[in-house]
Design a protein around this ligand. Structure first.
Ligand code: PNS
Length: 162
């Protein structure tokens, strides 16, 4: 039986920390589904879910074991429909722990058969977050090295002064 894991998130935009987690996931699972949540606060988002799908698709082009998708509604329902039983989440600093703990417990309450596993990003990406990338890029700071190259280009395009 194929071992499929779902790696959910907002990915607005995907960072090199996320890419690192996907690659680690591929060492443990046969397939990784990167699942972009649609029903997250749209007012503060920079890219539409479809733009994120396109960007992530570009980053992992030619990788048949990775699927990029969007979902709305409950994550555990999506995971079940995707034929998976595992959710992957990345852990960075201690600050992530409480939020992740709450989400894991809620998902376990909703569907005890689904397991959440945590992976740590490499130390290079420990302090990278999508929120900081958006902030720095919008203020004209450099984000190359923090996000994949296709994302750097889209950030520059999106945030360039008109
Ligand atoms: O990268 P993020 O923004 O921390 O990802 C959060 C995400 C998308 C994993 C979380 O908000 C989520 O699972 N949303 C789907 C709605 C849901 O199932 N909520 C209840 C479980 S906490």
């Amino acid at each position: 039986m194929e071992r499929i894991a779902v790696y959910p998130g907002s990915f607005d935009p995907i960072t090199n920390g996320h890419v690192d987690i996907v690659r680690r996931g591929l060492q443990v699972f046969d397939r990784v589904v990167i699942a972009i949540a649609k029903n997250i606060d749209k007012t503060s988002s920079l890219f539409t879910p479809q733009e994120r799908v396109d960007m992530i698709g570009e980053v992992f082009r030619g990788e048949p074991r990775i699927k990029v998708d969007c979902f709305s509604g409950l994550l555990v329902e999506y995971v079940t429909k995707a034929g998976a039983r595992v959710i992957i989440r990345g852990l960075r600093a201690v600050a992530d722990f409480e939020y992740e703990f709450q989400m894991t417990m809620m998902n376990r309450h909703l569907k005890p058969s689904i397991e959440t596993i945590f992976m740590m990003t490499s130390e290079t990406h420990f302090y990278t977050s999508s929120r900081l990338v958006r902030e720095v890029a919008s203020l004209g700071g450099r984000v190359d090295g923090l996000v994949p190259d296709p994302v750097v280009e889209r950030l520059v395009e999106r945030l360039a002064p008109r």
